[in-house]
Design a protein around this ligand. Structure first.
Ligand code: ATP
Length: 305
């Protein structure tokens, strides 16, 4: 079902529109409201950040877009329009076809992005061939190109098992896997949470670089206002399942309207300067972020570089 959303949203350029979304959670006896009247739209090439403290409803909003809500949670009101399709009412088969191909996603838990006992290259090929009619050789070429795009030594990562990659490398590989299908919308949910600050900054810079190259829309989810102010075009500040204010990143920084936004701004500590170019390849030895990442994961997996 393709909807004509012009007139309701006022724009045909929106890749995604979330309209008056309400959600409730059930504990088996009663319902608790977890999201109230959440609305936003993201245009092509634009990044909207949902920012707020833990439990404010950021991930559930993203999960609703992805159709990945837990059984205990349901949408009680509202619509989510992706490229003219109301994805809350499209058949499961159609939604599964959209996922990955047209809506890419990278989550904070990079470990679960890959099957542990399959080599990265095989997994990337499978992802590509699930969504596109391409030969194995073409898939390999494309996978290698995208691994290079995220600054990784493509040959070695392609031939590695996930356990042979550091956290930063895994998250970059997950970004490559999401972007190689050239989605119209990328959802990046707390992609830096499991990384050290340095690796996290590199991954976010790569995300911005790839977005500029492909022109996709990005829904960036973070609890860290300082991270998103550097990269988002617009910011929606969430608390207790509601959007308190939604403005350009510049306006949020200079003229926050809500006291809670001001509190988040006041609370932010300065970010350390990262002098690692996001597109820099790691030819040999560990990059500072990978070394740091290895140290952080005591007795962890050997990095591959
Ligand atoms: N499986 C679940 N069943 C019932 N309620 C849930 C479930 N998962 C989350 N919630 C509730 O939904 C609300 C929104 O949670 P959500 O995970 O979207 O918050 P968040 O802003 O993404 O937080 P975080 O940054 O910690 O992930 C919270 O009140 C939370 O307790």
């Amino acid at each position: 079902m393709k909807l004509d959303v012009l007139g309701e949203s006022g724009s045909l350029d929106s890749v995604i529109e979330v309209c008056d979304l309400h959600m409730k959670a059930s504990n088996g006896h009663s319902f608790q409201t977890i999201l109230t009247s959440v609305s936003f739209a993201i245009q092509r090439g634009e990044t909207l950040a949902l920012v707020g403290e833990s439990g404010s409803g950021k991930s559930m909003t993203a999960n609703a877009v992805l159709g990945l809500l837990p059984r205990s949670i349901h949408v009680s009101k509202g619509r989510i329009i992706f490229e003219g399709h109301d994805i809350l009412s499209v058949p499961d088969k159609k939604r599964r076809a959209l996922l990955g191909k047209e809506i890419g996603f990278v989550f904070q838990d990079y470990q679960s992005s890959f099957t542990p006992f399959l080599k990265i290259g095989d997994q990337l090929i499978e992802t590509l061939r699930t969504h596109q009619t391409v030969s194995k050789n073409e898939s390999k070429k494309s996978a290698m190109e995208w691994l290079t795009q995220v600054g990784l030594p493509a040959e070695r990562v392609y031939d590695s098992y996930p356990f042979q990659l550091s956290g930063g490398q895994m998250q970059r590989t997950a970004l490559a896997a999401a972007m190689m299908l050239q989605p119209k919308l990328l959802i990046a949910d707390e992609v830096t949470t499991a990384l050290d600050v340095w690796s996290g900054e590199v991954v976010l810079d790569l995300l911005v670089k790839l977005q500029r190259q492909t022109g996709c829309a990005v829904l960036m989810i973070s609890h860290d206002l300082r991270q998103v102010l550097k990269r988002a075009d617009r910011v929606a500040v969430m608390k207790d399942g509601k959007i308190l204010e939604q403005q350009t990143a510049q306006m949020i920084q200079k003229h926050p309207e809500h006291p809670y936004t001001q509190m988040l701004l006041d609370a932010k500590p300065p970010l350390p300067e990262v002098h690692f170019a996001s597109n820099q390849r790691i030819e040999s030895g560990y990059s500072p972020c990978e070394s740091f990442d290895r140290r952080r994961r005591k007795g962890g997996k050997a990095g591959i570089c």
